[in-house]
Design a protein around this ligand. Sequence first.
Ligand SMILES: NC(=O)c1ccc[n+]([C@@H]2O[C@H](COP(=O)([O-])OP(=O)(O)OC[C@H]3O[C@@H](n4cnc5c(N)ncnc54)[C@H](O)[C@@H]3O)[C@@H](O)[C@H]2O)c1
Length: 358
Amino acid sequence: MPQELRYGLIGAGLMGQEHLRNVGALPGASFVAVADPHGPSRDQARMLLGPEPQISADYRDVLARSDIDAIVIATPNHTHAGVLRDVMASGKNILSEKPLCTTLQDGRAIVEAAEGYPAVFWVAMEYRYMPPVARLIELVHGGRVGALKMLAIREHRFPFLPKVGDWNRFNRNTGGTLVEKCCHFFDLMRLVVRSEPVRVFASGAQDVNHLDERYDGETPDILDNAFVVVDFENGVRAMLDLCMFAEGSANQEEIAVTGSRGKVEAFLPSSKVVVATRERGSAVEIDVPVPADVGFEGYHHGSSYIEHVRFRDTILAGGKAEVTVSDGLAAVEMGMAAQRSIETGRPVLIEEVSLRAV
Ligand SMILES: NC(=O)c1ccc[n+]([C@@H]2O[C@H](COP(=O)([O-])OP(=O)(O)OC[C@H]3O[C@@H](n4cnc5c(N)ncnc54)[C@H](O)[C@@H]3O)[C@@H](O)[C@H]2O)c1
C-alpha cells in the first residue's frame, strides 16, 4: 500500500465537497478523480482540487482506474445501492455516505455482496466522532451514569436544504426523514446503549415545511417533526425528538443519558458536556472543543475530518471498518420501523422491517 493513498469521489454535491475539503487537509491521502453528472458540481470539485485530478461525468471512469485505493460515495440516497454494486465489484476500499440504502431489497443486495468483502467498507456516520458526543460515549461506557436506563436525543434545527435535482423532497428518494437524517441518531443509540433495538413507536408528520413547494406539480412528502421511542433488548429505552422548524434553538442537538447513578449530557453546537450525579447541584460543565489537529471543521464540528483520519488509518493498517455495513443497515431498519409506525399508528417490531422479512 502506498504511503499517499489515492481516493476517487462519486458525487460532488454538498457532502461530496465536504469530503474533498477534509481530504484536502488530511496528510497521507488525496483525491485524484471525481465523477458527477451535474456540471456545477463538477465545477465546484475543479475549484477545490485544481487542474490535475480527473473530473468526469461518469463514475465508471473512476472505477476503471487501477491506481485508486479508496472510493468515497456521496450520491443521493436512492442511488447508493446501484453505485455500491459497481464499486464493490472493483474491490476498492469504500467510505459510503449514509443511509446505506433506502429499501430492504437494496439492503439485502448490499449485505450479500459485502459478505467477505476484501477491503474496508465503512458507512459514514460522523456523529459518533463529534467531540462532545465522543466524550459522552466515553463517560457513559466508563460507568459515570451507573447502569444506563434512558437515552434522549433531541434535534431541533432548520429545514432540509435544497439539493441537486431536489431529490431530498420525496420519501421515495430519501427513504423518509427518519431514515435519511435520523439514521445518524439511531446509530448513536445502538452505539451508546450497546444493545439491539426490539420495538419502535413513533408519532410524526409534515406539518410546516415544504408544503408550498411544487416539483413537476408534486408536493414534497417528507415529515418535519416526530417523536420516536425505541425499546432495546437490554431494557434501555431511547427517544428521538426531531423538529425541523426550530431554527431558534440554543442548541441544535442535545443528548441526555441517564442511569441509576447519574446523568451525562452533550450539547451541539455549544460543544459542552455536563456530568452529574443524582445529587442536586452536582452538575459540572465541561467544554469539549474541536481538537486543534482537526484540519477542517466543515459543517459537522470536525467529525467528518476525524472520520477520514480513522478511515485512512484503517486502510493503512489493513484493519476493519468502525462503522460496518451491518451498523449502517441497523440504523436504516430503525428509521424504517419509525416511518412504518407513523404510517400505521402502531408499535413496529424491528423484525418486521429487518432483512429477515424481505
Ligand atoms: N453524513 C452526513 O452528515 C451527511 C450530510 C449531508 C448529506 N449526506 C449524504 O450525502 C449524500 C449526498 O448528499 P448531498 O447533500 O451532497 O446532496 P447533493 O444533491 O448536494 O449532491 C449529490 C450529488 O450527487 C450527484 N450524483 C447523482 N447521481 C450520481 C451518479 N450516478 N454518479 C455521480 N454523481 C451523482 C449529483 O449530481 C450531486 O452533485 C446523501 O446520501 C446524503 O444523505 C450525509
